[in-house]
Design a protein around this ligand. Structure first.
Ligand code: GLU
Length: 302
């Protein structure tokens, strides 16, 4: 199977030092495998998208020499494909409408003696599941996918090329998660699974903050009969407080007027050091980085 990789930024702002690590790693892995590399703008979360951020990201990638093998795609054009996937799940009895507000979910969890975690998942208590009577007259707000039952939980075991063997009890740690949100947008989990399959992605290389989303995506791939790509989750860049660098915490936009400096910093985070300290052009530096990546990640695998 020939390699197809992708970088899938959400255009909520320009690239920062952390997002470059994922972009560079996925580009290097594709080049090292002599594969194709695609760029997909994940703009389904419309309230968080910043107008023009998509163009800015593409301009930054261009300045960094991270060229894609096909024109970029935008998830905002893909609503029909997501609707078709949701319909397939609904027809198979694997997804259902939910009429619960966040408050009602918290109240139901409290009544069941389960506290919603302060961070992380609010495990849906199943109030609107079909076998519990469905919406019971409430209007549909969101659509959820069924994730096992207490007595038959969905436990996903998967392999990460960097993190090794992973496992998650998706039923108990996540619960029936949202495919289409109450405020309208398609959820990341559904969109990413549909698009990775439609684009023939064989290898997902992305930031480690997304590693715990992977079991949800594998669950959806299995329900939809789609292939599971290989995964490699890259180290995160942390700020002075040890928090993940992100647009939300005010990470400064990447300065691409100094592309080599930006690339060298990202390669340090990836454990490649500086593969070409004397390189003065982006093309020379990237060629050495591909060789270093090949040595680090492919030699052991062949
Ligand atoms: N759009 C997601 C983000 O920027 C990444 C999706 C992915 O690589 O699977 O966080």
């Amino acid at each position: 199977m020939s390699y197809v990789g992708r970088f899938a930024p959400s255009p909520t702002g320009p690239l920062h030092a952390g997002s470059l690590v994922a972009a560079l790693a996925s580009w290097l892995d594709a080049r090292a495998h002599r594969g194709r590399w695609l760029v997909r703008l994940e703009d389904t979360d419309t309230p968080r998208c910043v107008p023009g951020a998509d163009r800015e990201i593409l301009r930054q990638l261009d300045a960094l020499g991270l060229a894609a093998d096909a024109p970029p795609t935008w998830q905002s054009n893909r609503g029909d494909a997501y609707a078709a996937a949701l319909q397939r799940l609904v027809d198979a009895g694997l997804a259902y409408p939910c009429g619960c507000s966040r408050r009602e979910i918290d109240d139901a969890l409290a009544a069941a003696g389960r506290k919603p975690p302060r961070h992380g998942e609010r495990v849906y208590p199943g109030t609107c599941r079909p076998e519990r009577g469905g919406l019971k007259g409430k209007p549909a707000r969101a659509w959820r996918v069924i994730v096992g039952r207490d007595d038959a939980p969905v436990v996903i075991r998967w392999h990460d090329r960097r993190l090794g063997e992973q496992a998650q009890d998706v039923t108990h740690e996540v619960g029936d998660f949202v495919l289409k949100r109450a405020d309208g947008p398609w959820a990341y989990q559904l969109a990413v699974v549909v698009d990775d399959a439609a684009q023939g992605i064989t290898d997902v290389v992305r930031g480690e903050d997304l590693a715990d989303n992977t079991p949800r995506q594998i669950h959806l791939q299995r329900l939809l009969g789609l292939p599971t790509p290989r995964y490699l989750h890259t180290p995160l860049v942390r700020d002075a407080h040890g928090d993940k660098l992100s647009k939300q915490t005010g990470a400064p936009p990447l300065d691409v007027t100094q592309p080599l400096a930006a690339l060298r910093a990202a390669s340090g985070v990836l454990g490649l050091g500086d593969p070409a300290p004397s390189a003065t052009t982006v093309a020379d530096w990237l060629a050495a980085a591909v060789a270093a990546w090949t040595e680090r990640w492919l030699r052991a695998a062949v």
